[in-house]
Design a protein around this ligand. Sequence first.
Ligand code: ADP
Length: 664
Amino acid sequence: MNTETDNNLYKAILSAIVRHGIFNTFINEIPMRIYIKDTHGKFLTANKAVADFVGVANPDDVTGKTDFDFFPKEQARRYFDDEQEIIHTGKPVLHKEEPKLDKSGVKREIFVTKMPVTGDDGKVIGLLGFSTDLTERIQAEEKLIEERNSLRTLINTLPDFIYVKDTQSRFTLSNTLHTKFLGLNSPEDIIGKTDFDFFPKDIASSFFADEQEIIRTGKPLFQKDEISPSLHGNTVRVLTTKIPLKDITGKIIGIVGVSHDITSIIRMEKNLGEVNTKLSKTLNELKQSQEQIIQSERLRALGQMASGITHDFNNALTPILGYSDLLINGPGILEDKNATLNMLKDIRTAALDAAQTVRRLSEFYAPARKTERKPVDVAKLIESTVGMTRPLWKEEMAAKNVSINMVTRLDSTGNVFGNESQLREMLTNLVFNAVDAMPRGGTLTLKTRTETPFIVIEVTDTGIGMSDEIRSQCFEPFFTTKHKRGGGLGLSMVHGIVRQHSGEIEVKSSEGKGSTFTIRLPETTMPVEQEKTRQATPSGAQQLNVLLIDDEEVVRQTIEACLKSDHHSVSSAIDGKHGLELFNKNKFDLVITDRAMPGISGDNVAVEIKKINPNIPVIMLTGFGHIMRDLKQCPAGVDLIVSKPVTRDSLRDSITKAFSHKKH
Ligand code: ADP
């Protein structure tokens, strides 16, 4: 108090506060227990907080009572002794921790202050006490500590670098991993340092610039791909996220950073990439060797076919040689016109058969035909397969003194839509396997029947059969039990062909008894294309001036004769050079040229002819016509490819076609 006036004013206000009950109201509202006791421990006054604590309705109920009225005897005695000590010594107790159980038995953290009050004579006349219950605050503090500890444990356990920096980019926190990465032992050592203490200047500058930008704009930085080469020698590749750190008022006080180490992922990705490249290379090599094996498998089949072809060819040659011999040497035969004509007809049929045989051979290996699909008569397909494979199951086996009885039951007249040569390859493979399975002979049955919507083909043998183990693997590529003889691709090819035709295949087999392969292919209602019947009579077409180029005299003569019989005029050339000379000197309507010739090849002849006169049709006549057509090979300048051998009819058709197909 400065002045007496102030002092008086203060006293007046104090007395008014007490008089008007303001003091009591104030004391009652304070969340602190306040009381005054006499020297015997009797409450002279107490506030509401005391009443609440001791469990009475209002403060007046406390007045006149002692602690013994409210607390267990021992506790009350303790308080009493403490207070008597204060009264006798005159020394206050300040902020003493005095845990107490409340009325429901819960421990409360109470801090007590008790002051002796002395009278005018200096003697202690009473006690002013107040106590604060800090239970909630202490609990909150404990909770905070617990939370902070779990947070610490969490950030120290996370496999990422976690750090906090102030607005100057000085570290205020760093987790264990980050501390270690920077080459320090304790997170405390990092506090106050900056990236300039740990990284090369340019890198630290870039980190600093990013952080200052975040602090300036409040915009976080997400997943930045960074390379962090620490001065300590560790280099990592990280994805860094930095977000602004704000205080309660929203003011930015720094940044929180999380850097996720992706070094090993990148290394793994690189390794994976290398492994992938190696795998693709190996796969390519595998594909190549698979193609080689398929090719050699096909060659093996082709070899077996070749003996069949030879057989058919010899069959075809028999009437040709026999009848021509008779016609040349048989006395008087030529006089019998009818007999001569019949023999010539048979010769022609045999020659056509031979041509057909060669065509079948080419069908077997023609690759381009793989995509060509048309309605196929299944019964005819089986018949032709039986015919083609006959040398294998008949002649060859007979030579080994073994007999295979071939039975066909063709109960279906239906067609399937598919690739004829592939389907034939499928059946041939099954026949090969069946024959292999019957080294001591047996019965091979080929059946077909309709089971709408499928045409069913069954190939049954009475051979060695298969164990369950072999049966379950037999369709796998390269699976074979024939080691030296088999490549193990036959059935996998069969399986592939069936699947490409949207069909199904199953096998039933019993060891020592035989096997049945059942194939179901969707039936088609489309009819099989009929072979065009050839016109037997000359087509009254216009007479042409034809240039014929072929180095083979017999061919030249035959074709010339055919053309002339249709009233065309023919100039023959013995090779390409000769042909071009004739073409330059004369006027022709059509050129027919061989392909493989000494000197200028047929391909070049066609090109030269077209240079001279692009309007003249060029027919290329070749023994490889089928293959060229299958491979869709048509040399420049050639309008039509025709396969040798040709008949007069087919030649006539080809000429008509060449004029309509002519390239412009
Ligand atoms: P390969 O004939 O070259 O061995 P395949 O794929 O055609 O290859 O056949 C695989 C295996 O399936 C054969 O080695 C054989 O063990 C078994 N197998 C196939 N067909 C028959 C069959 N008709 N009878 C008994 N076993 C067969």
